[in-house]
Each structure stands twice: as C-alpha cells, then as structure tokens.
Design a protein around this ligand. Structure first.
Ligand code: PEP
Ligand code: MN
Length: 351
C-alpha cells in the first residue's frame, strides 16, 4: 500500500499517518519528493483495509501496488532513488563509472588500477576477491587477502570499493571491507544470499542473472529490500541467447524498461555483456543513451596477463581514452561526467 500526501501536508500530518499505519504492526518507508511525500507501507496490507486512511489530514491518495514487486516499484518512491557508495551517489545527474580488474590478483596491480581509475575520472573501484568461475580449476580469487588489498586501494585512492559476495558465509567479511556488495549473475536468485545482504547496511549491486527476466531481477531486488536494505543498484550485464558472436547478449531495452518500472538506479556492464574489449565503448555509448545511471567496466594493467577476463579488459590508456569518448554521450543524455586530469595512469606504486 502506498500513501501519497497532499501538497500542503505538514511534517506532523506525515508523522500521524505513519503512526496509524505502524500501530497495526506494519512498517513505513518515507520518500520525500519535491512536491509530495510517498509513505510506503510494508507488511500485511489487509490490516489497512478497514482503516479510513483517506480521511486522515494530509492524505491525497491511497493505492495498492498491484505489481509482484512493491518496494522496488517506481510508485513506491516519490522520484528516482539515489544510492550512496561512500560519498559518490548513483542515480543522480552524475554518470558514475566504476572500473577495475575482474579479479584482485595482487597488491601492485590493484593499487595501480585504483590510481588509473581515479586519474581517468572513475568514481568507484571494482575487483573480485571471491570469484565465481565456470571451471573449478580456474583462478577463484584471493579471498580475504583480496578484500584487504581492496581496502588498502580504497585508503590510497579514496575510491569506494565494489566487490562480489558469493555466499552467505562471506557477507560479514565482505561488508567489513567493501563499500558495495556485488551479487553476481550466477547468484541473482540465491535467495538466502539476497536475504543476508539485505540485513547488512551496505549498498548492494545486483547483477542480472544470465537467464533471468527483468521481472526476476526486480523480484531479486525485492528480496534484499524486504529485509530493510533499500540501497540496491541494478546492473544489466547481458543475458544468454542463441547468439555466439558475443559472450552474452546485451539487453539494451532492459535499461529503459527498468527505469520505467523501478525507482532504483540502473547501471550497465559492457565488459561481461560483450566479452571483447572493442565492444566496451559502443555498448557503453548505447547504455548511456538508453538512460543508464552508470557503467561498470573491467580494466587491467596488462590484459594479456590477466588471470580472468583479459579479453574484455581495457588497459589503462584505453580506459582513459574510453572515458574521454564517453563525454559527448553523457552530455547528450543530460549527464555530468568529469573526466580526470591527464595524470599518467601508471603512476609508480610506492606502497
Ligand atoms: C564480475 O563482475 O566479475 C562477474 C563475475 O560478473 P557477472 O556476475 O555479471 O558474470
Ligand atoms: Mn569478470
């Protein structure tokens, strides 16, 4: 159930409405827009059926959300949500670029990568410490050591860190080191994991499962939000189709569809979508034009030596050029993007 307030509702009116709803054992969530406030009611809606909500001062409309997902539904908030990643906001006017290696492979490479991301104007550092790999014989990440290196890279660069959590048993460790918990495509419907990340106070970057519909993705977000964690960022990263020319099929239409269906921020991952470095820029341009709030891109100091996803990783020079190339697209989409100064991306790592 959603309660929309009148234009002249006072803070006292809003408090009284919330108190009435909460007195019946439901929770409320407040979303203040420029003209009105939306009060989302979470819990057993049937209890509200007999409450004369419309007669309370300050109430303009009351309606049920008929969609299968409620908290994620566009109507649940007064406007687009912004999710804070450290002091960076995703979902506002800034086009937020998160970049870094597929996997954290060692100290020097992650520190260098963080420098390269920051120098080029990236706003977040990615890097996998726990890696979901198709083969159990592939490099599966440095684990907790990788998390420590990411924390060190954040310390040095000031960039918030995004890293994947694969299992409920890793949630506390990952939340203890990272600014954003990534739930990967393979785990998008791991409901125990979604519930667990919903219980911690860290934003969640939820990647679309490779054979998941948009509805599945929104219901997965709903699992996290139902636990009280409303800070979810959705990520389109391509889905599996019969096409074999690209690693996945980038579902461009998912971006405007999601933006219409949900208030949550939506970003795109062109690296996993295309699987090839030459596709990263064109898919990113398209994503920006389609309304993406940000991008997540894989880079590596020496892609040919990468322990995972080298083919789709940009080197540092390519990344800097890529960022410059984004600018006209960001401007055309009405997005702010500050591309970094021309500081050499491969500054020496001193410790
Ligand atoms: C990743 O971001 O490195 C990753 C494994 O992505 P996905 O879950 O989208 O495959
Ligand atoms: Mn990867």
């Amino acid at each position: 159930m959603i309660i929309v307030t009148t234009l002249d509702a006072t803070p006292d009116d809003v408090d009284r409405i919330r108190e009435r709803v909460e007195s019946l054992g439901l929770r409320t969530h407040l979303s203040r827009g420029e003209t009105h406030t939306v009060i989302g009611c979470i819990g057993d809606e049937e209890k509200l059926d007999h409450l004369p909500l419309r007669s309370l001062p300050g109430v303009a409309h009351v309606h049920r959300v008929m969609k299968p997902f409620k908290l994620a539904a566009r109507e649940f908030a007064a406007g687009p949500s912004r999710v804070s990643m450290g002091d960076v906001e995703v979902g506002g006017q800034d086009l937020v670029v998160i970049a870094g290696p597929c996997s954290v492979e060692g100290e020097e490479m992650i520190l260098e990568s963080a420098d390269a991301v920051r120098a080029a104007g990236g706003k977040g550092l990615r890097g996998g410490a726990f890696k979901p790999r198709t083969s159990p014989y592939s490099f599966n990440g440095l684990g907790v050591r990788g998390l420590e290196l990411l924390a060190q890279a954040r310390e040095r660069s000031g960039l918030p860190v995004v890293t994947e959590v694969m299992d409920t048993r890793q949630v506390q460790d990952v939340a203890g080191h990272a600014d954003v918990l990534q739930v990967g495509a393979r785990n998008m419907q791991n409901f125990a994991l979604l519930t667990e990340v919903g219980r911690v106070h860290r934003p969640v970057l939820l990647k679309r499962g490779m054979s998941s519909t948009i509805r599945d993705l929104l219901l997965a977000a709903e699992y996290v939000m139902k636990q009280g964690n409303m800070d979810v960022i959705l990520c389109e990263r391509g889905i599996r189709t019969f096409e074999t020319a690209t690693r996945n099929t980038f579902d461009l239409a998912a971006i405007p569809v999601l933006k219409a269906e949900t208030h949550l921020p939506v970003i795109a991952d062109p690296s996993h979508a295309g699987g090839r470095r030459e596709l990263v820029a064109p898919l990113s341009f398209a994503a920006i034009a389609a309304g993406a709030d940000g991008l997540m891109v894989e880079i590596h100091p020496e892609p040919s030596q990468a322990l995972s996803d080298g083919d789709q990783s940009l080197d540092f020079d390519e990344f800097r050029e890529f960022m410059v190339g984004l600018q006209p697209f960001a401007a055309a989409a009405g997005r702010r993007l500050s591309v970094g100064d021309r500081t050499p991306a491969r500054a020496a790592v001193t410790g």
